[in-house]
Design a protein around this ligand. Structure first.
Ligand code: GYE
Length: 339
């Protein structure tokens, strides 16, 4: 297992000059310690984690950010450096480089797209900083990518896409002709690619399923609405919408309602994520099925880091359990949905 710990007084100073100044003033006055040892006392026991979040495009994403912020606290023994890349890979690369130069103990990131990470991850390896990906995954050069990512934790996107198609197959008649439109997520992201792959593994075998078009709505409500309007203007006979996240679904439902189309009745709606507002729509019959993807990944990453800290073995691939919600089972889960 690749892991070199770098935890020095200098390292703490790099991270927090402003806060350290306060600690120095308060602590030194009381104890008579030198400025430097007071700072080390205050921060040396914390594990520093640089977390590069990919953006804030969805309700899911906000819940994911909160999960990290609530997990990686001082009380839990962490110092969290958080950067939001606003859906741009170049911003994530910049954030990772800044974590490297600040010599954090761990880098965690949710990669906006699958490819294009080899160079920066090699820089992290050279600096001896372990990297964990959470939520989305990377695809690295086959020849040199081994060991650049210590572990991944998140939802199995291909399995989610498969479950969506499986539900449709089980809940429609075999000889029924279905005209399907798809709203896909961010291009080149493992979330969109995986969900598409899983869905296609069944839909490609279904003679009566006709996929009219698949367009990218970038996981946002606004784009979901815009593309659904285009679909409704273009295709008069849509039976099914597959929308790769709840935010795009919310936008698509707006588009349907503005044309007096009843979501969930006139058009079957299949969504992903299962945030609270969407589950309410499942309960009310506007979304027919919502495939869960959990954003509450902070505690899983915490567990991986603690194992690494204790020199334990960790799994490379850590998919989390996820459910499928329909009107039949949604009520028992709604109460406890926090996001
Ligand atoms: O479905 C979407 C978010 O990567 C699983 O990204 C995540 C997806 C999630 O913007 O809402």
């Amino acid at each position: 297992m690749m892991k070199t710990k770098i935890k020095t007084a200098g390292h703490a100073f790099l991270i927090l000059p402003a806060v350290l100044a306060c600690v120095q003033l308060a602590g030194c006055a009381r104890s008579g310690k030198t400025e430097e040892t007071a700072a080390v006392d205050a921060f040396d026991n914390l594990i520093s984690v640089g977390f590069s979040q990919l953006g804030s495009e969805s309700v899911w994403r906000s819940a994911n950010t909160v999960s990290f912020q609530e997990t990686f606290t001082r009380e839990n023994g962490y110092f969290l450096l958080y950067e939001n890349a606003r859906q741009k890979q170049e911003n994530q690369i910049k954030a990772i480089r800044s974590f490297i130069s600040q010599r954090v103990d761990y880098i965690v990131f949710s990669p906006v797209t699958e490819t294009g990470w080899d160079t920066v991850l090699k820089e992290a390896r050279e600096a001896g900083i372990p990297v964990i990906t959470s939520d989305r995954q990377v695809v690295l050069d086959r020849d040199s990518g081994d060991g650049l990512v210590s572990a991944w934790v998140g939802g199995d996107m291909a399995a989610e896409g498969y479950k969506a198609a499986q539900w449709l197959r089980e809940n429609t008649k075999e000889d029924e002709k279905l005209n399907i439109v798809v709203l896909t997520g961010t291009e080149g992201s493992s979330a969109a690619l995986g969900r598409s792959e899983g869905f296609h593994s069944i839909s490609d075998t279904m003679e009566n399923w006709n996929i009219l078009e698949e367009k990218c709505g970038d996981f946002t409500l606004a784009k979901g609405q815009e593309i659904m309007e285009y679909y409704l203007d273009t295709y008069p006979d849509i039976n099914v919408l597959v929308s790769q996240n709840d935010d795009m679904t919310f936008g698509a439902i707006e588009a349907m309602r503005s044309r007096d189309i009843e979501p969930g009745t006139d058009i079957i709606i299949i969504s992903f994520d299962a945030v609270r507002e969407a589950l309410e729509m499942v309960r009310d019959g506007f979304i027919n099925v919502d495939v869960e993807c959990s954003p509450l990944l902070g505690p899983y990453v915490d567990e991986l880091i603690r194992k690494m800290e204790n020199g334990g073995q960790i799994e490379q691939s850590n998919p989390v359990d996820e459910l499928v919600f329909t009107a039949d089972n949604v009520k028992e889960y709604l109460e406890s949905r926090t996001y």
